[in-house]
Design a protein around this ligand. Structure first.
Ligand code: 0PR
Length: 389
C-alpha cells in the first residue's frame, strides 16, 4: 500500500478495518487459551478511551495524571511488601526487565557483566543482554521448573552483576526459591531482580483464595526490584507493565534527567519517552475497582479451573501435565506423539495455545471459561484417540 494522495472516507476506513480484522482472534471466542493477556473490563476501557491523549513522557502537562501514577506505584509497592517502593509504569514486562538490568548496571561499582538466571526465564532478558552486552549464565531448572539454587550459587563470580528470580515462569508458572536467591544476593553483594510479570497479581492473593503461596517480593531482604504487569493478571489495559525499586534512592540512580521539559525538573524512569497516561489511569482505576477482595475472587476462579483442567488432562491416555499448577498456568505434553505435531493439530482446530518444545502451555486467564475448557478437552481427546489408534 502506498501513502494515500487523498483522504479516505470514514466509512471506507471502517470497512477496511472490519474486513481485515476478521481474521484476528478474539478473547470472547474462547479459543485463546495460551495468552497472558485478556480484554480489560468495559469500565477500564472507558477510562482508557476518555484519557487517550495523556502523555506521561511530559508530566508537566499532566500533573494530575502523574499524581495518579504515583498512587498506583504506591499501591503496588504496598501489595508487594514495601509501601516505600519507587517505580514507574512501563509498556510491559519486557521494558521493566530491561530497566532492571540497566539499573543493576548503573549501580554496579565495577564493570560486571554476568547475569545469572534460570533457563526458564523470559526472552526479554536476552534482549536486555544484547542491548547492554551482558553475558547470561543460564542455570538448568529443577524437576519443578524452578531454578537450581545450588547451581546458581556455584555460578557466582566477581563478575556477577545480577541474579534473576522468577515468580511465575512464562512456560509453566513455576516460582523460583526467591528467599534463597535473596540470601545469595546479600551474601555476595549482587543485585537481585524478581520477574513477577505474571505472578505479581496472583501470588499475593493465593492464600486468601485457598491455595499455597510463596514469598517473592520486597519482604525478602535481597530483592532490589520487581516487575509486575497490570496487563497480565492485573486485568488492566494493554500496554501496562510496572517496575518497582526497593527505594527512592535506587530509582533516583535509575532515572534519566530531562533538562527542557516540565520546567527542567523532569526525570524519566522508562526506556520510552512519550508514553500512555491513559493506560496508567485505567490500571489505577482497575486496581481500586477490584481491591484485594476482587483479585482474590479472580485468582480463586482461575486457580480452581487450572487445577481441574490439569486433573482432566492427566486422565487422557497419552497426555501428562509436566507439573502440578502453582499458578493458573497448565503445561502438558504428549507421551505418545511429537508435541509439535500435537500443537499443530490443536491449532488446526482453532486453539491458540503456546508451544514450548517439551510441552504446550495453557494460561487460565479470567476469560478462559469451563465451557471453553470442555470444548478444548473434547478436541484434544479426539486428536489423541486418532493418534493412539
Ligand atoms: N516476564 C515474564 C515471566 C513473562 O511471561 C513475560 C511475557 C514477560 C516478562 C514480558 O512481558 P511483555 O510481553 O509484557 O513485555 N509473557 C507472555 C509470553 O511470552 C507475553 C504474552 C502475552 C505473549 C500475551 C502472548 C500473548 O498473547 O507468553
Amino acid at each position: 500500500m502506498i501513502f494515500p494522495k487523498k483522504p479516505f472516507t470514514k466509512s471506507k476506513i471502517d470497512r477496511i478495518l472490519r474486513k481485515e480484522l476478521q481474521q484476528d482472534l478474539s478473547f470472547r471466542s474462547g479459543k485463546i487459551i495460551g495468552s497472558m493477556c485478556s480484554d480489560p473490563p468495559a469500565f477500564c476501557s472507558r477510562i482508557f478511551r476518555r484519557y487517550i491523549g495523556k502523555n506521561l513522557g511530559d508530566p508537566g502537562l499532566c500533573p494530575g495524571t502523574a499524581k495518579i501514577e504515583q498512587q498506583a506505584v504506591e499501591m503496588l509497592g504496598s501489595l508487594l511488601g514495601n509501601p516505600h517502593a519507587a517505580g514507574v509504569f512501563t509498556t510491559g514486562g519486557t521494558e521493566a526487565n530491561i530497566l532492571a538490568l540497566l539499573t543493576a548496571k548503573k549501580l554496579s561499582p565495577s564493570n560486571r557483566r554476568e547475569v545469572i538466571l534460570s533457563d526458564c526465564a523470559h526472552f526479554s532478558f536476552i534482549k536486555a543482554a544484547e542491548m547492554m552486552d551482558l553475558k547470561l549464565i543460564f542455570i538448568p531448572h529443577k524437576e519443578d521448573f524452578s531454578i537450581d539454587v545450588e547451581a546458581a550459587a556455584a555460578a557466582i563470580t566477581e563478575n556477577t552483576l545480577a541474579l534473576i528470580g522468577i515468580a511465575g515462569t512464562t512456560g509453566t508458572g513455576a516460582v523460583d526459591d526467591i528467599p534463597a536467591l535473596g540470601a545469595l544476593a546479600e551474601k555476595h553483594g549482587v543485585y537481585l531482580h524478581t520477574d513477577a510479570a505474571f505472578g505479581g497479581f496472583v501470588l499475593p492473593f493465593l492464600e486468601k483464595a485457598g491455595f499455597p503461596s510463596k514469598p517473592f517480593d520486597f519482604s525478602i531482604p535481597g530483592v532490589s526490584s520487581v516487575t509486575i504487569d497490570p496487563h497480565k493478571m492485573g486485568r488492566g489495559v494493554t500496554p501496562g507493565g510496572c517496575i518497582l525499586y526497593r527505594s527512592a534512592e535506587i530509582a533516583e540512580r535509575a532515572a534519566f534527567p530531562v533538562s527542557y521539559l516540565s520546567g527542567g525538573k523532569t526525570k524519566h524512569l522508562t526506556l520510552v519517552g512519550t508514553r500512555s497516561g491513559a493506560a496508567v489511569l485505567a490500571d489505577w482505576a482497575q486496581i481500586v475497582r477490584l481491591g484485594e477482595s476482587g483479585y482474590v475472587k479472580i485468582v480463586k476462579k482461575s486457580m480452581l479451573l487450572a487445577h481441574s483442567l490439569a486433573e482432566r488432562l492427566n486422565q487422557i491416555d497419552g497426555i501428562r501435565c509436566v507439573k502440578e499448577p502453582e499458578l493458573n498456568v497448565v503445561a502438558f505434553c504428549s507421551t505418545k506423539t511429537d508435541n509439535e505435531i500435537l500443537s499443530k493439530r490443536l491449532r488446526a482446530k482453532g486453539w491458540a495455545l503456546s508451544f514450548f518444545g517439551e510441552y504446550l502451555r495453557i494460561v487460565v486467564m479470567p476469560h478462559v471459561t469451563e465451557k471453553a475448557v470442555r470444548c478444548f478437552l473434547r478436541d484434544l481427546r479426539k486428536i489423541t484417540e486418532t493418534e493412539n489408534a
